[in-house]
Design a protein around this ligand. Structure first.
Ligand code: C2O
Ligand code: CU
Length: 467
């Protein structure tokens, strides 16, 4: 197939930009470039100050960071700081267009707990294509707790960003995404590819110290859910979700990560054995789920870890992490329902109960309208948002706020889903306690949407203000 032999490519490490060490002034150039997914066959891609993907930007809590985003593309873009708690004017939503040749200069006040966030474009009707072409970067918010907790924190050594995506790569090495040539299945299921890439590489290999290693997992796929496990089925430990640390590590052997979600996990490589990270079939896709090249539906290797013979840097798993901030029940002022309908009841037998709903791509029967404010919220309050998925499971994301999952599919959330989050995969129904702590005006409202990017663009998005 022309793809590299598995594990022959070293895991690419994005550049680390430590904002504080450069006077809290960060420049990003949105550019096009060439990247070879297949060796010797470079293809046109997009990136942030890089041919593909972008840097990992580390921001310190309490700092003010002057961002400069220059658009060197020949199309309009925006940069949305996914998970960063900033006012609507700095959020980089569809209203905050950066025209070709222009720069955008938001000043970001960093005021939230340590977490792994990311950034990506958000121009209406071109988000999916621009992300697919490579526009994805990571943000690490540091509040000092890493050091206090004694967690692995040496970037690129025992603290690794892993940006997971899937692509269809032609035999000439090209990836293609044509907004005018999407077929109906691309819209119904979202655009998916048969090749998984990690930090832009196919089946790479990472050398790791023979101790605890922290992986910052980000699903930056357009639509694919990743079903992750290790080839030897070893236990690993979830320590953080989208909004920051869990109260204690949660042992798992398998982890589902839907588009835009992040999990930080600790993996113990003390046994010195090489092991593969594997991805299984996307259960949301039914018969259309990911299958191995031979047509089987088995787990396929995504990358490999090779412990080195050095001394481990961190050996001890902490027993406690950071208790997520409590929410005063009295702050809850509203209950709302959001019915996400992608117009097709594909893979879920129980979807039949929604058979009387109109087949329309939209939230509460309305497709996205950039000129319409759907919800008005009050700063400093919380609301219960009930999210109902129709058609298939939708990863629901809220800008400008974090939430706790009160219930999901009729039950309390699994332990690794009990922390603060900004994205949740809703198969049937979830109740979220959303805390509104940043203002947004009618000119620059916050979005909420399905993070299957083709669903978002087809209309599964709404806008809210907060004052
Ligand atoms: Cu990753 Cu509207 O967001
Ligand atoms: Cu969706």
């Amino acid at each position: 197939m022309g793809e590299p032999a598995p594990f022959s490519t070293p895991l690419p490490m994005p550049q680390l930009i430590d904002a504080a060490s450069q006077g809290n002034a960060v420049k990003l150039k949105v550019m096009s470039g060439m990247h070879a997914f297949i060796e010797g066959k470079p293809t046109r891609t997009y990136g942030y100050s890089a041919p593909v993907l972008g840097p990992v930007v580390r921001l310190r809590r309490g700092d003010e960071v002057k961002m400069t985003v220059e658009n060197a593309l020949d199309v309009v873009t925006t940069v949305h700081w996914h998970g960063l708690l900033v006012p609507g004017t700095n959020d980089g939503g569809p209203q905050q267009l950066i025209h070709p040749g222009d720069s955008w200069r938001p000043v970001l006040s960093i005021d939230q707990a340590a977490a792994t966030l990311w950034f990506h474009p958000h121009p209406h009707r071109d988000t999916a294509r621009q992300v697919y072409m490579g526009l994805t970067g990571m943000i690490i918010v540091d509040d000092g707790s890493d050091a206090e907790l004694g967690l692995p924190r040496t970037f690129g050594v025992d603290d690794l960003p892993l940006i997971l995506q899937d692509r269809s790569i032609d035999s000439d090495g090209s990836i293609e995404y044509d907004n005018n040539d999407l077929n109906q299945l691309d819209v119904i299921y979202g655009v998916r590819g048969e090749t998984t890439i990690v930090n832009g590489a196919i089946a790479p290999s990472a050398k790791v110290p023979p101790g605890l290693v922290r992986l910052r997992l980000l699903n930056a796929a357009n639509a694919q859910n990743f079903e992750l496990r290790f080839s030897d089925k070893r236990q690993f430990y979830v320590i953080a979700s989208d909004g920051g640390f869990l109260s204690a590590p949660v042992a798992v052997t398998q982890l589902t990560i839907s588009p835009a979600e992040r999990f930080e996990v600790l993996v113990d490589f003390a046994d010195g054995k090489a092991v593969a990270l594997e991805n299984g079939p996307d259960e949301e896709m039914g018969v259309f789920g990911r299958v191995a090249a031979d047509g089987s539906a088995d787990y396929v290797p995504v990358m490999r870890f090779e412990p080195t013979a050095t001394t481990p840097m961190v050996r001890k798993l902490p027993t406690r992490l950071v208790e997520p901030a409590a929410v005063a029940p009295a702050s809850t002022v509203q209950r709302r329902q959001f019915i996400l309908n992608s117009g097709l009841c594909a893979s879920r037998p129980e979807a039949g109960v929604h058979a009387n709903m109109p087949a329309l791509i939209g939230i509460n029967g309305k497709p996205y309208d950039i000129g319409r404010i759907d919800v008005e919220t009050k700063l400093g309050t919380t609301e219960v948002w009930e999210v109902v998925s129709i058609g298939m499971a939708h990863p629901f994301h809220v800008h400008g706020a974090l939430f706790r999952i009160l219930s999901i599919e009729g039950a309390p959330p699994a332990a690794h889903l009990t922390g603060w989050k900004d994205t949740v995969l809703v198969e049937d129904k979830a109740e979220l306690l959303v805390a509104f702590g940043r203002p947004a005006t009618r000119e620059h409202p916050f979005m909420y949407h399905c993070h299957i990017l083709e669903h978002e663009e087809a209309g599964l998005m709404g806008q809210y203000v907060c004052a």
